[in-house]
Structures are given as C-alpha cells and as structure tokens.
Design a protein around this ligand. Structure first.
Ligand SMILES: C[S@@+](CC[C@H](N)C(=O)[O-])C[C@H]1O[C@@H](n2cnc3c(N)ncnc32)[C@H](O)[C@@H]1O
Length: 209
C-alpha cells in the first residue's frame, strides 16, 4: 500500500467552487448541528481534539498555508472524524462571502499571525472589517475566543473589540478540550510558546442576545 495522500480524504477537504455563494452548513456536514469555526487551524491539533471531545458539534477549520492545510487534512482523515471540514482559503474572504448571518456558535482564533513589522501590520486578521464580519455570522449568544502572545497585537485586538463592544459582553475564557494542564487551548503554537515561557493574552466575548 502506497503512502496516503490528500486525495484519500475528500470528505474532509471542502473545495470552494468558483461562483459559490453562501454555504449551506447542514448540507456541508450532512446534518443540522451547532457549528464552530476555527481561523488559522495550522496543523489541526485543536480542531482534532475539540471535535473528538464534541462529536455533536460541526467544526469548520480555515487555513491559508498549503503545507499546514495538507498536514491537517491528513491527520483528520486518519483519525476518521466525520464532524470536521477544512478549507484552504483566506478566512477574511471566506467569512465575508460564504457565511450567512447568525449561523456560527463559536469562533476560535488562536495565535493569529502577529505581523510584527510595522509595514506588515495591515495584514493582521483582527481588524475592524473582519470583526464586523465575525460578529455578523455569530449567533446571538455565540462566543468568540482569541489568544495571542504578542503584546502589540494584543493592544490592537483590544482596541478593535472596544469599538464593537456594544454588540457583545466580555466573558470568562473557557479552556478548550484540547488543553492539558496549564494550557488554555492546547494548540501547537501554545505548546511551543509555553516552552519559551512567553506571556499569553486571552479574551472571550459573547454576542448579545
Ligand atoms: C501562528 S499560526 C497558529 C496556528 C494554530 N492556531 C496554533 O495555535 O498552533 C497562524 C496560522 O494562521 C494561518 N493564517 C494566517 N492568516 C490566515 C488567513 N487570512 N486565513 C486563513 N489562515 C490564515 C497561518 O497560515 C498559520 O497557519
């Protein structure tokens, strides 16, 4: 038997056909269930562990980098989980163009790229436009959790959130099922940064009913 490739797991990888409009999430997952969105799934550690712990929930993971995406698709396929779909695309465009209002129960954004150089900071995912879109697709009472290790990005995240604070309440950050003792979320980047003893900044919000 040859080495497994991405082709072995077409049910995990979701292709966005040109011209595709709003996604029918029930059709995508073959069932109507609460849906969590992870932005920047990386190698998929969080989504795998969380989806195993919550088989009743649908998990949609968005990852831009092909190398990480392929790695995550392969892992999800080998684990045999049926409640995960992964999409290789830009999460900003995906949320804007393919998600309906009030359809997502949770949004997870763990260690988004900090783009530390001043001239690159406009690439940071957490900005006013994207937060507006994320708040649009969250259900009333839905949650969003964000963690970063980067103090300057953290300042930006706080400022952006404050500008939209009329739409949500700040709530206690809930460690995820992927987290082991001493961790918040149990992603690869968290584990790497814990070893380096970096400080983390975490926030959780709940959209007003
Ligand atoms: C620093 S890594 C963190 C990965 C994972 N969340 C973790 O904590 O281990 C950030 C990830 O977000 C992905 N990413 C960055 N911008 C993105 C975007 N606009 N859409 C989708 N993925 C994105 C990157 O390719 C990278 O894999």
């Amino acid at each position: 038997m040859g080495k497994r490739t991405l082709k072995d797991y077409p049910h995990v990888r979701l292709e966005l056909e040109p011209g595709l409009g709003i996604l029918d999430l029930a059709e995508v997952f073959g069932r109507d269930a609460p849906t969590h969105l992870e932005i920047g799934s990386g190698k998929g550690t969080f989504i795998l562990n969380q989806a195993s712990a919550q088989p009743e929930v649908n998990f949609l993971g968005i990852e831009w980098a092909n190398r990480y995406f392929r790695y995550a698709v392969d892992r999800v396929g080998r684990w045999g989980l049926s409640n995960i779909r992964l999409i290789r695309t830009d999460a900003a465009a995906f949320v804007r163009d393919h998600l309906e209002d009030h359809t997502i129960d949770w949004i997870h954004i763990y260690f988004p790229d900090p783009w530390p150089k001043r001239r690159h900071q406009k690439r940071r995912f957490i900005n006013d436009q994207n937060i507006e879109q994320l708040l649009r697709v969250l259900k009333k009472g839905g949650r969003m959790q964000i963690i970063t290790d980067h103090p300057d990005y953290w300042r930006q995240i706080q400022e952006v959130l404050e500008r939209h604070a009329s739409c949500f309440d700040f709530v206690r950050f809930q460690p995820t099922a992927s987290a082991t003792a001493g961790e918040w979320v149990g992603t690869n980047f968290e584990r790497k940064y814990l070893k380096e003893e970096r400080a983390f900044y975490a926030v959780a919000i709940e959209k007003k009913a």
